[in-house]
Write a protein that binds this ligand. Structure first.
Ligand SMILES: NC(=O)c1ccc[n+]([C@@H]2O[C@H](COP(=O)([O-])OP(=O)(O)OC[C@H]3O[C@@H](n4cnc5c(N)ncnc54)[C@H](O)[C@@H]3O)[C@@H](O)[C@H]2O)c1
Length: 329
């Protein structure tokens, strides 16, 4: 297939592009590099530097590309910033997605894979999180992702768009060969922050809250390896439902606490990684983990990285080789 990938220079997108190319697909990466990295783009992909907010350029790329499918990773991703600057998030994550969908409709491209998030469920009433729990985001970031999922449902009805929204849990890890990995500015994700300590870039790691109703009192999350996410994208695009909007959780189903991540990172790096416990942050649900039964049954997808140490080993290989991220490439 010829696949248009917007956001293919970013963290998850760059790993997915590799997987698509290894799977025999032709990929065009479209990215404005506002958060992505030119060095992260697979050299076998065609790269077009462009913004989703530019419908004229988008139209030209679709005219030339004759795509069979589109994958959409391009969004602003910082939950905290979305609370203080919600319109920035509605603009990029929703209005710009509207541009893309209008362009796809105009060019008759009817396969779409969307990067959604478990944040569409907010603080879920039940665990593990299944796809049919209420959609009740608790911040503007989650609202924008839910809004796009609704656009996809309406588009399926009206013009036959087939789409898969993959609701990621905590994307983590890096390519096995250590050549691409996570490089966000600012970094807000736990594993790269923890690894900044053995890199000598941070003295200690802060643990926000040790009195949650969890086994060790710290928050529990579901860490899913970026290569497992990439495999889910490959399966979804190759067998995209016709004229229907579907949504799948992509997580391991295992909850791992903040302290367990720190302990695993100590084992992997051999560094003591001092931790400083401090108060809870507002808006952190105690426990989030997936029921991934739906994607397992539909696509035969299975996470390969079940042990969080193996996942951290891949992240460590990347960060150790590139302590300043892609600036070191
Ligand atoms: N990282 C996670 O843990 C996680 C969890 C759940 C969902 N997601 C979703 O997955 C997607 C990818 O996340 P990521 O961590 O790889 O983010 P990222 O910031 O690393 O990648 C996003 C990419 O999109 C590009 N981009 C943003 N706006 C654009 C625009 N208007 N036009 C063109 N390109 C644009 C950026 O330059 C960047 O390369 C996002 O949609 C995010 O909401 C991520």
């Amino acid at each position: 297939m010829r696949i248009f990938v917007v956001g293919g220079a970013g963290y998850v997108g760059s790993h997915c592009v590799r997987r698509l190319i290894a799977g025999g697909h032709e990929v065009t990466v479209y990215d404005n590099l506002c958060a992505g990295h030119r060095q992260a783009i697979d050299p076998q992909a065609t790269f077009v530097e462009g913004d989703l907010g530019d419908p004229v350029q988008l139209d030209g790329v679709f005219e030339a590309g004759r795509f069979d499918a589109a994958m959409h990773f391009a969004a602003f991703i910082n939950v905290g910033e979305s609370v203080t600057a919600p319109l920035k998030y509605w603009h990029n994550n929703v209005a710009n997605t509207l541009n893309l969908l209008q362009c796809m409709e105009a060019h008759g491209v009817k396969r779409f894979i969307f990067s959604s998030t478990c944040a569409v469920h907010g603080e879920p009433e039940d665990l593990p999180i299944t796809e049919d729990l209420a959609i009740k985001p608790i911040n503007p970031y989650g609202n924008t992702k839910a809004a796009v999922e609704w656009m996809l449902q309406d588009s399926a009805e009206a013009w036959g768009l087939g789409s898969v929204a993959l609701r990621y849990f905590n994307a983590s890890g890096a390519a096995e060969d250590g050549t691409i990995g996570e490089d966000h500015h600012p970094e807000t994700h736990l594993i790269p922050l923890v690894l900044q300590v053995p890199l000598g870039q941070r003295e200690q790691i802060k643990v926000f809250g040790t009195d949650y109703p969890t086994p060790d009192g710290t928050c529990v999350r579901d860490y899913i390896h970026v290569n497992d996410l990439a495999q889910a994208h490959l399966l979804a695009v190759e067998d995209c439902p016709a004229g229907k909007a579907e949504a799948y959780n992509v997580g391991t189903g295992n909850g791992v606490s903040v302290l367990e991540i720190i302990t695993a990172a100590r084992e992997v790096t051999g560094h003591p990684i001092p931790a400083l416990t401090t108060d809870r942050r507002p808006g952190d649900p105690p426990t989030l983990y997936a029921d991934a039964g739906k994607i397992r049954h539909r696509y035969g997808w299975e996470p390969r990285y079940r042990d969080v140490r193996e996942l951290i080993e891949t992240a460590w290989r990347w960060h150790k080789g590139h302590p300043h991220g892609f600036a070191d490439k």
